[in-house]
Design a protein around this ligand. Structure first.
Ligand code: NDP
Length: 486
């Protein structure tokens, strides 16, 4: 790949405004999941690199970065967003090659990253404290202040979007960030740091340490110099992150995925619903925390929805990311094995495969490819209907009436996003209240979308909110000042 060979120091960390090799000199091999071939090396950062990064972040807070006004930070963050737009082709190619995301989807992620910076850049000087009426002789007011050093553990499925929503918001509030991207997906994190640096971000305000989760990630989440942690990933790792943070009494935002339903009632506008039902399951090959992996359909329109979704599935093509097919490969062979494990459970049980997509003729043999698969007549209690698969697999579950729809929708450990399709206004409001979920879309669905829309989970989907203005409250702390003036 020519693009990043010349422009990116892919086997370095970015610490204190400098591109530095990891302290112990170790590297990790990165593979292109479209072909299964080696792409490049990246740095294998360890606790020593994390120590340097946290020190650099603290120095930035004590130095130029900490002195900047909200308006100055906002202008700088907006500038970074503009520069991201100028380099979209580069970023999209990096992401497509690194994680196997079809080029158009990778491009959309780069646009979303720019949009986060644009949104947060504009918001930087619009977050105010309050004045509070109190006793005679007092002026009382609140100050919104940064936490200090924030740690960001970002997964491989949407690196650019998740960097935008967490690092973008944290920088806006004046925090200094240490970012540990997933080892399978760190090229756009490094590219983001390069762009921010070239736009004039003061040194140390953003530091990137690639490496393994159990080494660099664990060192970051347990570091005594870190004042807030933002984590997106699996429940199992989320538990470890929360445990580590609790040792230091540090606030944590956890975004741990889901098993999100879209619920289609008999009176739904099926023509409008259809693309939302399918796309929200196969986007990014189903490796989306808010994927609509469960489609609940009222019995009166069940056969119609199954038939129309199946027809759409048969048209889905799967091939190399740079070929820009409907789906690319999964991020890695490891992820392919996880998804194939779920699918083999479907084959041995009494579940019907309603439809699958097709591979392109020239499919590389060693790529991490899986066919998008639509399963029908799935019992709500089956593991395929309860567990997060994180691949292009959707299950269709029939139901009768509102009560049963709510019971099935709320019948998993998760609660991230839900979609409801009905023309009945009263039912729209009842469903919005009854479903346990961080976001509810009525007659639309936005898997991963909506820079402006607060986002986060219930139950095992996690806690805390990112995106929108809520993220700015989350990445800041409130100080109350009671000033007696006599
Ligand atoms: P993980 O939760 O293990 O990885 C997510 C991030 O956490 C990565 O950056 C990882 O680094 C890091 N990490 C791993 N271990 C630690 C640790 N002990 N301390 C701090 N950070 C750590 O997910 P996997 O990549 O293993 O994927 C497994 C499953 O997780 C998927 O099949 C999917 O179900 C789910 N998942 C959900 C995501 C979501 O958006 N909700 C995103 C990704 C996965 P590294 O990768 O370098 O080890």
């Amino acid at each position: 790949m020519t693009a990043f060979d010349t422009k990116l120091k892919n086997d370095h960390c970015f610490i204190d405004g400098n591109w530095v090799p990891p302290v112990d000199g170790q590297k990790i091999e990165l593979f292109d999941p479209s072909f299964g071939t080696k792409l490049c090396d990246i740095a294998q950062g360890t606790s020593e690199d994390i120590d340097l990064a946290v020190d650099a972040a603290q120095n930035a807070l004590d130095g130029d970065w900490g002195q900047m006004t909200a308006a100055e930070r906002g202008r700088l963050i907006s500038k970074i967003g503009m520069e991201i737009l100028n380099r979209i082709d580069w970023l999209a190619e990096l992401e497509a090659r690194d994680v196997g995301k079809p080029l158009t989807q990778a491009r959309n992620d780069a646009i979303a990253l720019a949009r986060y910076m644009e949104f947060y850049g504009g918001a930087a000087d619009k977050i105010h404290g309050q004045t509070i009426p109190y006793m005679q002789g007092y002026n009382v007011y609140t100050l919104r202040e940064p936490h200090g050093v924030t740690g960001h553990i970002v997964p491989w499925n949407y690196p650019m979007q998740i960097i935008g929503r967490s690092v973008g918001a944290a920088l806006t509030m004046g925090n200094a960030c240490v970012l540990k991207p997933a080892e399978e997906a760190c090229l756009t994190a490094l590219a983001f740091a390069k762009i921010a640096d070239e736009c004039g971000l003061p040194k140390g305000a953003l530091n990137v340490v690639p490496g393994y989760g159990h080494e660099a990630g664990a060192a970051l989440t347990s570091h005594k110099g870190v004042n807030h942690i933002s984590f997106t990933g699996s429940v199992a790792t989320g538990v470890k992150v929360q445990q580590a943070a609790s040792e230091n009494i540090v606030p944590v935002t956890l975004e741990l995925g889901g098993k999100s339903p879209q619920i289609v009632f008999n009176d739904a506008d099926i023509d409008r619903a259809l693309p939302f039902l399918v796309n929200a399951g196969i986007q990014n090959a189903g490796q989306t925390c808010s994927a609509a992996s469960r489609i609940l359909v009222e019995r009166g329109v069940y056969d119609d929805v199954v038939n129309r979704m199946s027809e759409a599935y048969r048209k889905l093509s799967v091939g190399p990311a740079m070929g820009d097919h409907s789906l690319g490969p999964l991020v890695s062979k490891r992820q392919k094995e996880i998804v194939e494990g779920f699918l083999s459970a479907a084959e041995t049980g009494d579940i019907t495969i309603s439809a699958q997509g097709h591979f392109t003729d020239d499919l590389p043999e060693d790529g991490a490819y899986v066919l998008p698969t639509l399963l029908k007549d799935v019992s709500p209690d089956h593991p395929l209907a309860k567990d997060e698969i994180f691949g292009p697999v959707q299950v269709i579950i029939p139901f009768d009436g509102e009560e049963e729809a709510i019971s099935i929708a709320n019948g998993t450990d998760y609660g991230l996003v839900a979609g409801v399709w009905t023309e009945n206004g009263g039912r729209q409001m009842r469903m919005a209240k009854a479903i346990k979920s961080g976001q509810i879309f009525i007659n639309n669905y936005g898997a991963g979308g909506g820079v402006e829309l607060p986002f986060g989970g219930h139950g095992k989907s996690g806690h805390g909110r990112e995106k929108g203005f809520e993220a700015l409250y989350g990445f800041s702390t409130l100080k109350t000042v009671a000033n007696w003036h006599g």
